[in-house]
Design a protein around this ligand. Structure first.
Ligand SMILES: *[C@@H]1O[C@H](CO)[C@@H](O)[C@H](O)[C@H]1NC(C)=O
Ligand SMILES: *[C@@H]1O[C@H](CO)[C@@H](O)[C@H](O)[C@H]1NC(C)=O
Ligand SMILES: *[C@@H]1O[C@H](CO)[C@@H](O)[C@H](O)[C@H]1NC(C)=O
Length: 516
């Protein structure tokens, strides 16, 4: 008996020694290897309008395989693949985490770049130059690298973690995120929180976004009596349109002033910019000059934050910008609602009512990162398709000390920032994936964003669908026994945070900022 016991003890010691050395060596992966994987992904030309999606997906699948993540490729539209990866959680009844990113990038004017946009050139200062280095191949790879590190420590998620790599964000996401958010596959994932892209931050504080501004593409049209170019008379189409343009410009200035004086952030005001002016009677040499035309129109790109009063703006457009009394009409080429399908403003709470926000704040802090005041993204990102459904989504790309160069020439990201971002995601994913409510029955209610998604049937049906469906969809991998031991050995190191109280203390100071 004694011999057996000491033998067992010896074996156990050996086993733990093995685990420890394994863990130590794999968490200390040579950074150049990590950077080189990032460069490989950056070198794939996924530029619109002819992105090489296949090559990107093949590369990402090879990464998924090296991480033993389940993978599934879905084509909602032919040749526009969306890759879905799954890291199975131990409790599939809990809503899952979706780490979202897109695979396409905007075109680049190669001759304006110092290095070829798909060379992923690493200069002596550590800057990696490539189209997509900020928007948003960095994030895609950081998610994967963070999971690689977590797996190396033996971390086991409680909630399932999904990663989706979607096509076509840069051209509106209609064949990517929009169809995905609408799909049965998405419903079956029972997603509780989505992380999507943010922006680089020139300061040492990371930017985070809790909402987007909705595009209203407005065209106003004036009609009036035509007349000789020499005659002064009232109510010509041009005069009527110009009156409107003056009014619109005054409104624009009043909004912009609030940004200039620091009263509001860029995303908190309604922006209006003229996109086109169309009038005149064409002639072979240009325009007929001695004729005042009978029609004139102007187009505006209007961006409306979810905190704005949409009805008041619509009234303003009808009564001041294009009034019938001035013989004017208007139409919207696009008018995205600022309300979700439950009639609530499309925004993700950033106060104690949203545990996902508190967890993110805490996780960034734990990884030695600084988080700036959350704001409204000035334009649109794919997250809107999920937010529209009442789901919480946070826009976050961990790039501090970095100029905002998305869509610009010589887009780059410093390798040190990239590596730091991996640690930030490691901390976030760990916190999110191990987040459990103290009362499980209440979990789905407690997790609701404060925007009233409680009527969302997805939340109620989701777990059941997920539990039944995934056995069929996904191939389950049995972890080797040593892996299980590893997990047990390191569990105490990756203990979930004190979630119950993390969500109730320190009401975020900026919670009311967007209500100003
Ligand atoms: C990317 O690929 C497209 C399609 O093959 C091509 O037209 C474009 O020039 C490439 N871009 C660069 C920067 O190489
Ligand atoms: C509107 O059109 C009518 C009919 O052409 C015209 O009599 C009237 O003066 C116009 N009013 C304005 C403000 O342009
Ligand atoms: C939160 O903390 C307080 C005081 O530290 C404690 O009394 C309470 O039970 C905690 N809440 C939960 C849900 O654990």
């Amino acid at each position: 008996m004694e011999i057996n016991n000491s033998l067992l003890l010896l074996l156990l010691h050996l086993c733990f020694a093995l685990i420890l050395t394994n863990t130590a060596s794999s968490t200390k992966e040579d950074p150049s290897v990590i950077i080189s994987r990032f460069q490989q992904y950056l070198q794939i030309n996924t530029s619109q309008p002819t992105p090489d999606y296949n090559k990107a997906i093949q590369f990402l699948i090879s990464q998924a395989k090296s991480l033993s993540l389940d993978h599934q490729t879905i084509e909602f539209v032919k040749n526009k693949p969306l890759l879905l990866l799954k890291w199975q959680g131990s409790d599939p009844t809990l809503p899952s985490i979706l780490l979202y990113s897109h695979t396409d990038v905007v075109p680049s004017e190669q001759d304006k770049w110092t290095y070829h946009p798909f060379s992923a050139h690493l200069d002596s200062a550590g800057k990696i130059y490539a189209r997509g280095s900020q928007d948003m191949k960095c994030v895609s790879m950081q998610y994967l690298e963070a999971i690689r590190k977590l797996k190396a420590t033996g971390f086991q998620p409680v909630r399932s973690v999904y990663l989706s790599f979607a096509p076509d964000e840069e051209i509106g996401g209609h064949d990517g995120a929009e169809k995905f958010a609408d799909s049965d596959v998405f419903k079956s994932l029972n997603v509780g929180i989505i992380l999507d892209e943010g922006l680089a931050s020139p300061s040492e504080e990371y930017s985070a976004f809790y909402a987007e501004r909705s595009p209203w593409w407005l065209v106003i049209k004036a009609k009036g009596a035509p007349g000789h170019g020499a005659k002064l008379y009232d109510n010509s189409a041009m005069e009527n349109l110009l009156k409107s343009i003056e009014i619109v410009r005054r409104f624009r200035a009043s909004q912009f002033d609030m940004v200039k004086t620091g009263l509001k952030a860029e995303g908190e005001v309604i922006s209006v910019n003229m996109a086109f002016l169309k009038a005149g009677t064409p002639s072979p040499t240009g325009f007929v000059m001695n004729l005042q035309p009978s029609e004139a129109e102007a187009g505006f790109d209007v961006r409306v934050p979810p905190t704005a009063n949409a009805e008041a703006l619509e009234r303003r457009i009808a009564e001041e910008w294009a009034p019938v009394s001035r013989n004017m009409t208007f139409e919207f080429k696009q008018k995205a609602s600022i309300h979700d399908k439950f009639g609530k403003p499309i925004l993700t709470a950033t106060d104690s009512s949203n545990p996902w926000w508190s967890l993110l704040e805490e996780a960034v802090k734990n990884a030695n990162g600084k988080l700036g005041k959350p704001s409204i993204f000035p334009a649109s990102i794919d997250a809107r398709y999920f937010r529209e459904r009442g789901l919480p989504a946070i826009g976050f790309s961990p790039m501090a000390n970095t100029p905002i160069l998305l869509h610009d020439h010589n887009e780059f990201l410093n390798q040190a920032e990239y590596l730091k971002g991996i640690n930030i995601y490691e901390s976030i994913i760990k916190a999110y994936a191990s987040y459990v409510q103290h009362t499980k029955d209440e979990s789905s209610r407690d997790e609701l964003p404060s925007n009233g998604a409680s009527m969302n049937p997805v939340r109620t049906l989701g777990p059941a669908i997920a539990a039944n469906n995934f056995k069929a969809i996904w191939v389950y991998l049995t972890a080797p026994i040593l892996g299980a031991l590893c997990g047990a050995g390191t569990f105490s190191a990756v203990k979930p945070p004190e979630e119950d109280n993390a969500t109730t203390h320190e009401k975020h100071s900026t919670a009311g900022s967007f209500r100003r």
